[in-house]
Design a protein. Structure first.
Length: 200
C-alpha cells in the first residue's frame, strides 16, 4: 500500500464526525462506518477514535471509502527493493527499557513540557492530550498524585502501548522474519544473517 491522494476534508465535516462519535459511542459509530467501509471498520483497532473518525470523514466528503483511496495509492517502494523484518526484542527487556526511558525523560524535563501543554487548556480529545504519560503527569501537577505514583502509572501505560504494538505487528507482519536481539549491534548481525547478500 502506498500514499493515497485523498482530497482534503472540510473542517465542518471533521467537526461533525467528532460530534457523531461522541454522541453515538464507538460501537455504533464503527457499525455505521462498516456499512460504508467494512475494510476500515475491521482493520482499525478498538479505541482508535482518530482513525475511525478519519475513515468516516473521508467517506462523508468523497462518497468513496478510505480503503478504496488507499488501495489505489502508488507503492512507496518498488517491489523487491526492500527487506522486511520486525524488531521484536524479549518482552521483559523491552519493558525495562520503556521504564528507564520514561524515568530519564522526567529527569530531562518532561514535567515542564507537560505543564506547558496543560496551561494551553486544549481539548482533552486532541491526540497531543492523549499521548502516553500526559494524563498521568497532569494528575501529578494538579496535586492528585505523587510524582512516583504518576511515573509508575505512565510507565504502566507505556508498557501497555508497547504490548499493543507487538500484538499489532504479529497480526500485520506475522510472516516477517523476527530480529529478537536487544543491542543494536546484535540486531544488525541478525539482519545480515537473514540477508547474506548484503554482507560486505
Amino acid at each position: 500500500m502506498g500514499l493515497a491522494d485523498v482530497p482534503p476534508v472540510p473542517p465542518f465535516v471533521r467537526r461533525a464526525a467528532e460530534v457523531d462519535f461522541g454522541r453515538m459511542g464507538e460501537q455504533a459509530f464503527r457499525d455505521r462506518l462498516a456499512k460504508a467501509d467494512p475494510a476500515a471498520a475491521n482493520r482499525i483497532a478498538p479505541g482508535d477514535r482518530q482513525r475511525l473518525v478519519r475513515a468516516w470523514e473521508v467517506y462523508s466528503t468523497t462518497g468513496k471509502a478510505l480503503s478504496e483511496w488507499q488501495a489505489g495509492g502508488e507503492p512507496l517502494l518498488a517491489p523487491d527493493s526492500w527487506t522486511a523484518v520486525a524488531l521484536e526484542p524479549p518482552r521483559e527487556a523491552l519493558y525495562a527499557r520503556c521504564d528507564a526511558r520514561l524515568a530519564a525523560m522526567v529527569e530531562a524535563g518532561a514535567l515542564e513540557e507537560v505543564r506547558a501543554l496543560a496551561m494551553r487548556r486544549l481539548d482533552p480529545a486532541l491526540p497531543a492530550m492523549k499521548a502516553v504519560g500526559v494524563r498521568e503527569f497532569i494528575a501529578h501537577l494538579d496535586g492528585k498524585a505523587t510524582l512516583p505514583a504518576a511515573l509508575a502509572a505512565a510507565q504502566r501505560e507505556t508498557r501497555r502501548y508497547a504490548k499493543r504494538q507487538m500484538t499489532w505487528m504479529r497480526g500485520q507482519m506475522g510472516d516477517w522474519p523476527r530480529i529478537t536481539a536487544l543491542d543494536h549491534r546484535d540486531q544488525w548481525r541478525q539482519f545480515l544473517a537473514l540477508n547474506p547478500v548484503l554482507t560486505p
